[in-house]
Design a protein around this ligand. Structure first.
Ligand SMILES: [Zn+2]
Length: 313
């Protein structure tokens, strides 16, 4: 397996900052429907919220966690006969909330797909450890290598939200592959050097939906800890030029599906990159980001990001 760009030392230095993530759970504001879907309904849940987007033969149920764990999304693709779950949350408690919701739909859970390495997308997969868990081969290797470490450094700040052990994806997805499940076609794409070094996006061609996960955030602070500013912006520009989808689903923030989030992300990344090149400390960078984006959620991600961008601090 190739060496990871993120060093273990950087992760270790992150232990102290976990407490900044604590905050009151938030219910996000009402969704605004865009694109070609039939309809969209949002429902608050005990912890997070669920927005259901309805298509002709398919529904996508999009869960957004409380701000405590960074407003991270899980999408449940409901085909006529089964459920496909995309990403597993940073919390086993929120993972269980999604599991309970999925069970009530009354269709078998076919699989979970994990989009990338970051633990906010697979800690809660522990509540789905009895179903096949799919990922890119690179992501499987990254979680196998770093999973235990993520769990240990997260315990002080997240406690009962953290799984007792890692769940490593057991089934591989190849870049460029596609499959049709109950008439719903999923096309898998491997994106590199963006929010994470290896990321999966899923294109539902008939529904004209791109599940972008952490290539895109909606009204949340983007995690720039890998420093892949140029690569990420290039991916977003390619996404902006791609007219094959109407709705694009984010990895953080409410699922409005709006393509506007692509432009928002490009502006945010350019701002953070330029500011990062000017400032000397993480505190300076954070202050500038907070001044420019005072209403954005998931501010805890800025603190985690700074541990990687300023590893000596
Ligand atoms: Zn994330």
């Amino acid at each position: 397996m190739k060496d990871l760009n993120i060093s273990r030392r950087n992760f270790i230095s992150g232990t102290a900052a976990g407490s900044v993530l604590l905050g009151a759970p938030a219910i996000l504001s009402a969704a605004t429907l865009t694109g070609g879907a039939v309809g969209q309904i949002k429902t608050p849940m005990t912890n997070g919220s669920m927005t259901v987007t309805e298509f002709k033969n398919t529904k996508i149920h999009s869960y957004v966690s409380p701000n405590l764990t960074g407003c991270v999304t899980t999408h449940i693709i409901e085909t006529p006969e089964r459920l496909i779950i995309v990403d597993g949350q940073r919390s086993v408690i929120f993972g269980q909330e999604i599991r309970d919701y999925a069970e009530k739909i009354g269709k078998p859970i076919d699989r979970m797909i994990v989009s990338h390495l970051h633990p906010d997308h697979w800690f809660g997969a522990y509540q789905f450890r009895d179903v096949p868990i799919y990922s890119l081969e690179s992501t499987q290797g990254e979680i196998d290598q770093l999973g235990d470490f993520f769990i240990e450094i997260s315990k002080p700040s997240l406690g009962k939200h953290v799984p007792v052990e890692k769940v490593v994806p057991d089934t591989l997805i190849a870049d460029g592959s596609s499959e049709t499940i109950d008439g719903v076609t999923l096309e898998y794409r491997h994106v590199t050097d963006a929010e994470s070094d290896n990321m999966l996006t899923i294109f539902l061609k008939d529904e004209k939906v791109l599940i972008a996960q952490d290539l895109l955030y909606n009204n949340c602070h983007l995690f720039c800890g890998h420093g892949n500013f140029q690569g990420w912006q290039a991916s977003l520009k390619a996404m902006r030029d791609d007219t094959s989808f109407d709705l694009v689903l984010p990895g953080h923030g409410e699922n409005t599906g709006s393509r506007q989030a692509i432009d928002d992300a490009l502006i945010y990344l350019e701002f953070v990159e330029n500011t990062f090149n000017k400032v000397k400390t993480g505190d300076e960078l954070k202050a500038a980001i907070m001044e420019r984006y005072p209403s954005y959620l998931a501010a805890g991600l800025v603190d985690i990001q700074n541990l990687f961008l300023f590893p000596e601090k």
